[in-house]
Design a protein around this ligand. Sequence first.
Ligand code: ATP
Ligand code: MG
Length: 259
Amino acid sequence: MGKIIAVHSYKGGTGKTLLSVNLAATFAKQGKKVCLFDLDFRAPSLFAILKLENAECWFNDYLNNTCDINKVLIDASNKIPSKGKLFVGLANPATEAIRDMSAKDRKWEMRALGRLLYLRNALLNDKSFDYLVFDTSPGLQYSSINAIVAADLVAVATTGDRSDVDGTRRMLRELYNLFEKKTGIVINKVLDYNSKNRQEELYDRIKNTYQVPLLGIVPCFCDILRAEGNFIFAQDKPEHPFSKLLDEMAKKIDANEVR
Ligand SMILES: Nc1ncnc2c1ncn2[C@@H]1O[C@H](COP(=O)(O)OP(=O)(O)OP(=O)(O)O)[C@@H](O)[C@H]1O
Ligand SMILES: [Mg+2]
């Protein structure tokens, strides 16, 4: 039975998109059948990052109930030469589409949740996908709440920023726990993560601060900034420490170690 993973955060810019893309690519590399979805309708980015041709429909259209899911999925496996398969469902980056999505009412969002939940049948059960990875908008946007509700595991990205830490703790107490979601935390953009003392100090601090399983600690890599989003590390630089960390994260998730 496959799993749905939502990558979420309290604040913007914590690395959700970077982590979603690389986690999906890592699963594919490990031989899994994966679909990565852009659920950040406020600022769609997978379209630009993966440089894919348009499918017949956008993921927006699927949620709008005007298109079948099979017309949304793009097979990007040739971008990620691997044993597995990587499909992508893109959010429409057109200004009009962004405005349209931000004006949806509660009733629409409830129906959209139904469509999202249906993916479990349509993709995990009927098409034997191993993982669906949802890249979401930060904070408490309706589309992100829907993604969290539909997910089996929420990977929460956070940095060391004071406001980020406070907001993340609040969300853990008041949002993920409310839905009784399995949650794993990823501390991203960590500085000076090279001495043993610093690593031990950080582990203890994270354990006390969040009290949920730790999925990974990711240093701030200048190489990532330098790449300017032009390639997928997990694929193009498999020996890079960032890719190694993703390998470990994917294995943890696969082994069901996040409870
Ligand atoms: N560990 C890291 N080291 C260096 N740069 C990073 C790291 N993680 C993310 N970045 C950079 O930070 C920026 C924001 O990352 P990303 O777009 O993935 O965040 P996001 O959470 O998806 O943002 P948004 O909330 O706007 O969707 C990008 O330029 C990305 O390359
Ligand atoms: Mg993003």
